[in-house]
Design a protein. Sequence first.
Length: 164
Amino acid sequence: MKYFIPGLIANRFTRIMGCWMVVAIIFSACKRVTVEANDNPQGYADSQVVGTWKITEILSDKAYDWDGNGTKEKDVLATYDDCEKNMLYQFIQDKTGVYQLNCNTTKNGTWLILNTLYLVWTPEGNAQRNEKISNMTSNQFYTSRTMQIVLGETITITSKWERQ
């Protein structure tokens, strides 16, 4: 046993265990980050709205006599005459806007994105419009708002906006 050195086995064991502990610490320190897909609204930025938009569709979730002709309909835009359908909205980066409300009326105004989910726009001299944004792409988006009609019944109006 002239080749036996006391403590050699313990020394090698300590080094090997030390290496394994370092490796274990390195791998346990790596935290895996996962992102879950969900349907929760993620929000929208001002830069996504800046530009010129035209409303090409206005639908109601319930039929109502929108034009007073005795017939209930859900397609609100279909009840507009050609002049009323000529709506064009320009949202400028400095939070001002130019709103062509029909072929005869263009107004300046303001706008903002509220809580990353709502488009709030106000033509001068008119009531503020607060609409929830959904399904936005670079070329179109939808907004919805609720309104009360006769006897307090609530209707949801959805508008489709297309970039011009």
